[in-house]
Design a protein around this ligand. Structure first.
Ligand code: XMP
Length: 516
């Protein structure tokens, strides 16, 4: 079995980044809410080490989260980060107190003693930048611990019990603002916990193929293709595992980008020779969406219609027992909610969630352990073309949510042409891979213009481009002005129906990436 680290989540905003940093070091890990792993589950997971994440609560208050006591009795290394450090100290006999000196943001720690945690990275006497985010602090060490680094606001910035291999840091090593943080985590995983660091895409591919065969046996599997990276990689992996037991279903809702449907069909039917049912359902979707303004209603209609059509196609396959989905790890991680209430729905995401129950299908989710960039690496490992594997994410409801207000075939055509020009220019400028997502939006606003000697009264096109690591937060991309001018001129000259182009300079939050 691959060496694995268990991350217990106390609800920090950045817990996922701990997993990212470990995976970058070739170490497999999983995040679980601190209160959803009983002793049996922890033992079955057989971690080589445990990491306790940060979190928003305060150890000084009653009824705040604690790590399962078993974690400290497994005889494996434990690393507590921020809240995790404080919970560990409180549980092992130390004292944590509230402090007036809250510390958020950049700070420098000074290393006081050598430690396996610092090997090859930090030296005693040196000062190093870290990212702090805490209110409380440890004021009395638990037995066996000593301070190995301090900072002006946190005299107990890093604690260690080198005998038991327990470590606690007051800062966040997982964020990029702690420049050496990834290497500290790597030291913890490889040197201290002794993980082999052999989690590679090649290993994953072999392991995933065996797992798919074991799950599916001789059964038939259907897989919905959307043209996006995740479902495509899942389909190619499944095909490699089970060959023609797999049938892909491509529901073309007429809301795809220029040339996309042809590309999907060409690649899967032509190149991979994967059995594919292609259903052009554009008329049905457009008919059901006619006159609908509200973004949530649009999303719901698209989701429901997708399921209806997919269901019809799936019945044609006959005898399918399994439904394959390109679910990724970020969709699987259950986050810890301290309020107890459901969190606000910003947008209802479109997926095929209702299908398995309706069709009595069992789910196959071969990517559910992977992050987006790992899926891309797997696609490359499987020999898939870069044009597909490196493609920007595209939302399930497609262009319908990039035409605010009611959609029509005409508007979609105009948008497709503008979008293709924009993406073409981004590729030509060599910027495509620097951007998380770039797309055009067709606004339901007309403005007056002048072209040649004539008056125009046409649509406004908004351009959006953002950088992001996971789509959860995003920053608008700072194109140079010549680039924007070039795109605007091309769109206005070449796309009939648009006479004005604007650029969206909203980050997320407060905006979202898509406009609806
Ligand atoms: P927002 O607009 O919420 O988008 O900031 C975050 C990321 O999710 C994508 N997105 C979707 N993906 N189904 C999807 O599969 C959806 O319904 C959906 N809505 C938004 C969006 O493109 C961005 O990458």
């Amino acid at each position: 079995m691959t060496d694995r680290i268990l991350i217990l989540d106390f609800g920090s905003q950045v817990t996922q980044l701990i997993a990212r940093r470990l995976r970058e070091a070739g170490v497999y890990c999983e995040i679980h809410p601190f209160n959803r792993m009983d002793d049996k589950a922890i033992r079955a997971f057989a971690p080589k080490a445990v990491i306790l994440s940060g979190g928003p609560a305060s150890v000084t208050e009653v009824d705040t989260p604690r790590a399962p006591d078993l974690v400290f009795k497994l005889d494996v290394p434990v690393l507590g980060i921020c809240y995790g450090q404080q919970a560990m100290c409180a549980q092992l006999g130390g004292t944590v107190e509230g402090s007036d000196h809250r510390e958020f943001g950049r700070a420098d720690v000074e290393v006081k003693a050598p430690s396996a945690l610092f090997d090859g990275v930090w030296k005693p006497g040196g000062q190093y930048q870290v990212w702090m985010s805490h209110g409380d602090r440890v004021t009395k060490l638990p037995p066996g611990f000593r301070v190995i680094a301090t900072s002006p606001g946190a005299p107990y910035a890093i604690l260690a019990d080198e005998d038991r291999h327990f470590y606690g840091v007051m800062f966040h090593p997982e964020v990029v603002h702690t420049p050496d943080g990834g290497r500290l985590l790597q030291n913890f995983a490889l040197r201290i916990a002794g993980c082999r660091g052999d989690w590679t895409m090649k290993a994953f591919r072999e392991h995933a193929i065996q797992a798919i065969r074991a799950q599916v046996g001789r059964g038939k599997v259907i897989c919905g293709l959307s043209g996006g990276v995740d479902s495509s990689v899942a389909a190619v992996l499944l095909h490699e595992a089970i060959g023609d037991q797999l049938t892909c279903i491509f529901v073309d809702h007429g809301l795809l980008r220029q040339g996309e449907a042809e590309e999907v069909v060409g690649l899967f039917r032509g190149h991979y020779n994967i059995p594919l049912l292609h259903r052009d359902a554009a008329d049905l979707f457009l008919q059901r969406l006619a006159g609908v303004h509200d973004p949530e209603r649009k999303r719901k209609i698209i989701g429901a219609t997708f399921i209806d059509v997919f269901d019809e196609e799936a019945h044609k396959v006959g005898g399918a027992e399994f439904l394959a989905q390109g679910t990724l790890y970020p969709d699987v991680i259950e986050s810890v909610s301290f309020s107890g209430g459901p969190s606000v729905t910003i947008k209802s995401h479109h997926n095929v969630g209702g299908l398995p129950e309706r069709m009595k299908l069992k789910l196959v989710e071969p990517l559910r352990e992977l992050f987006k960039d790992e899926v891309r690496a797997l696609g490359r490992e499987l020999g898939m073309p870069d044009s597909l594997v490196g493609r920007h994410p595209f939302p399930g409801p497609g262009l319908a949510i990039r035409v605010p207000g009611p959609i029509s075939r005409d508007k979609l055509d105009i948008l497709r042409r503008a979008d293709a020009i924009y993406i073409d220019e981004i590729r030509k400028a060599g910027l495509y891979d620097k951007i998380w997502q770039a797309f055009a939006v067709l606004l339901p606003v007309r403005t007056v213009g002048v072209m040649g000697d004539g008056r125009t009264y046409d649509h406004v096109c908004a351009l959006r481009a953002v950088t992001s690591t996971d789509g959860m937060t995003a920053d608008w991309y700072q194109f140079d002005h010549d680039f924007l001018a070039r795109v605007a001129t091309r769109i206005i000259n070449q796309v009939r129906g648009i006479n004005r182009v604007v650029y969206d300079v909203t980050s997320k939050p407060p905006g979202t990436i898509e406009w609806e």
